[in-house]
Design a protein around this ligand. Structure first.
Ligand code: ATP
Ligand code: MG
Length: 218
C-alpha cells in the first residue's frame, strides 16, 4: 500500500475555540492507482491534500506515505519527501515567476537529486513545452503554466501525485487536455494520483472515488 490514512483528525483553534476540520479519515491507495476526492466547498478536501503532502501537521491518527509516517517526520524529512516521493499540483499553478520554463521543470527533481534528463526531455515534448523553454510564466497562458507545473511535479517521477482542482482555473478545452496529459503521465510512470475535483465527470475517469462531507468521508 503506497498511501495509508488512519483515523486522521485535524482541528484548528480560532477565536471561538477549537474547530474540527477533518475527523476519523481512513483511506488506502495502492501504488500506481488513482483516487478522486469530491465534496462541497469547505468540506476539507484541500486540508486533507495538504496533510498528505506533509505541508501541514495533524493532531490525531496517522498518514503513511511509502512507509514514511508523517506524524514522526520533522521539517527536514517533510521537505525531503516533497522532493523525492510526493509532488503537488495546485489550482493556481504556483510556478516560480523568476524562473523560465526549463528551470521551473527541473527545480524539484534537482533539489531532491532526482534529475533524469531523458525523462525531462520526454516530459517537455509530451507537455508541448519545447518551444517555450526560455519563456517566463507571465509569457504563458494558464493551460501552459499548468503544464509546466505538471512537468515540475512529474520530473522527479514521484510515487504519489497530489492535485488540488488542477483544471479549476482553465477553460474547458485546456482543462480537458491538461487532465488527459496528467492521466497519461501518471500511468506511464506508475505514479499514484490523488485528485481533488468538483467535477463528477472527471472523478469517474479515475480508479476510485471518495467524497468528503463536513470533514468526514461518506
Ligand atoms: N487555516 C485555516 N484557518 C481557519 N479555517 C480554516 C483554515 N484552513 C481551512 N479552514 C476551514 O476548514 C474547512 C475546510 O477547508 P478546505 O479548504 O479544506 O475546504 P475545501 O473542501 O478544499 O473547499 P473548496 O472546495 O472551496 O476548495 C473550511 O471550513 C475552512 O474555512
Ligand atoms: Mg480546496
Amino acid at each position: 500500500m503506497l498511501l495509508k490514512v488512519r483515523n486522521l483528525g485535524k482541528t484548528i483553534s480560532g477565536p471561538s475555540g477549537r474547530t474540527t476540520i477533518l475527523n476519523g479519515i481512513n483511506l488506502d491507495l495502492d501504488a500506481g492507482a488513482s483516487l478522486a476526492l469530491t465534496g462541497e466547498s469547505g468540506s476539507g478536501k484541500s486540508t486533507l491534500l495538504h496533510l498528505i503532502a506533509a505541508l501541514d501537521g495533524f493532531d490525531a491518527g496517522e498518514i503513511e506515505v511509502a512507509g514514511n509516517r508523517l506524524s514522526r517526520a520533522n521539517e527536514g524529512k517533510r521537505a525531503h519527501l516533497r522532493r523525492t516521493i510526493v509532488s503537488v499540483v495546485f489550482q493556481q499553478f504556483n510556478i516560480i515567476p523568476s524562473l523560465n520554463v526549463q528551470d521551473n521543470i527541473a527545480l524539484h527533481a534537482g533539489l531532491g537529486s532526482k534529475s533524469d534528463p531523458a525523462w525531462e526531455h520526454h516530459l517537455i515534448d509530451k507537455l508541448g513545452l519545447r518551444d517555450h523553454l526560455h519563456h517566463f510564466p507571465e509569457q504563458l497562458s494558464g493551460g501552459q503554466q499548468q503544464r509546466v507545473a505538471i512537468g515540475r511535479a512529474m520530473a522527479m517521477r514521484p510515487k504519489l501525485l497530489l492535485a488540488d482542482e488542477p483544471t479549476g482555473n482553465l477553460d474547458e478545452a485546456s482543462a480537458q487536455s491538461v487532465l488527459d496529459l496528467m492521466l497519461d503521465l501518471v500511468k506511464e510512470s506508475e505514479t499514484a494520483l490523488f485528485l481533488v475535483t468538483h467535477s463528477l465527470e472527471i472523478a469517474k475517469r479515475l480508479d476510485h472515488q471518495i467524497q468528503l462531507k463536513g470533514g468526514v468521508l461518506q
